[in-house]
Design a protein around this ligand. Structure first.
Ligand code: SF4
Length: 282
């Protein structure tokens, strides 16, 4: 008998899932679900395991090592701030996954002001993945000129060719599929999935990392593997379900224009009452 039950925790994290599978012989397996696993993902795992194992299967909720006491306040404050302060950026006016991918690749290590005219020029020349795939690599590199980090146009070109050759010209509509391409890491995949496909995928770039670190952690080494894992988990846990586009955009804008690396605007910040970093540095 296979019996699956699940419920969402109040904070939207999939906190309580259980599967009981009771065949004749009684081996027992325990499975720790990822903190942000969704019900259908759990179901897929169960169905796979059901075909492999004979025994009793328990899904254990993942016990996270830390709490996020001000999560709801943070969500409300950030989304409220975003309604007033959001930036009007060209790639925010489209849901075309290729256009959003181009913007995200260009924005890596490069200022918005430099990216904006180049983004327009690029899309005028290569408006679709097909046109980019058809272009000569030397031409593509020349179009990119001025942005630096010249491996990025090479990667974009090869993503376009692979997408046309293998996926009928359509980029995968999920973060996992996007990460199969060389040149698309976890951040870029999360950005394309949340901005183009409105999926509840977390992001963590330089600005977002700093904001989440300051508000929820406030101490410890920012650039460490352990902190990176923790901040990815925070990014997933603070994301309000169904609002990935707004929330991730807000995180990026807030980090770029309010909670800046040097001289953050704490006096005008809606997180001032619960920001751990501010409390530790007053
Ligand atoms: S209070 Fe200051 S450091 Fe904290 S989130 Fe706001 S701007 Fe950033």
């Amino acid at each position: 008998m296979l019996n699956i039950s699940s419920e969402n925790s109040p904070d939207g994290i999939y906190a309580n899932s259980s599967v009981h599978y009771t065949p004749a012989d009684h081996a027992i397996f325990r499975f720790i679900a990822p903190a942000n696993a969704l019900h259908n993902e759990l179901l897929q795992i169960v169905q796979f395991l059901d075909g492999v194992f004979k025994g009793t299967l328990y899904f254990m909720p993942r016990i996270t090592s830390f709490r996020l006491p001000n999560k709801i306040k943070f969500q409300r404050a950030l989304l409220g701030w975003f309604t007033i302060h959001q930036r009007d950026l060209p790639w925010r006016r489209t849901s075309n996954p290729y256009h959003i991918l181009v913007s995200e690749m260009m924005l890596q290590q490069t200022q918005v002001e430099r990216v904006t005219p180049k983004y327009a020029e690029w899309l005028e020349k290569y408006p679709t993945l097909d046109t980019l795939a058809d272009a000569e690599i030397e031409d593509v590199k020349a179009t990119w000129k001025g942005l630096g980090y010249n491996i990025r146009p090479v990667r974009l070109h090869s993503i376009a060719r692979e997408t046309v050759a293998l996926y009928d010209g359509q980029l995968p509509d999920n973060a996992e599929g996007l990460q199969q391409f060389k040149g698309i890491g976890r951040y870029t995949a999360g950005a394309v999935a949340s901005f183009a496909y409105r999926q509840d995928e977390p992001i963590l770039d330089t600005n977002v990392r700093r904001v989440l670190y300051r508000v929820f952690v406030g101490e410890g080494i920012l650039r460490s593997g352990e902190m990176e894992r923790r901040l990815w988990e925070i990014s997933a846990r603070v994301l309000p379900r169904g609002q990935a586009w707004e929330f991730n955009s807000a995180l990026m804008d807030f980090g770029a224009t309010c909670c800046m690396a040097r001289r953050p605007l704490c006096e005008a910040c809606p997180m001032v009452a619960f920001c751990r970093w501010l409390k530790n540095n007053q």
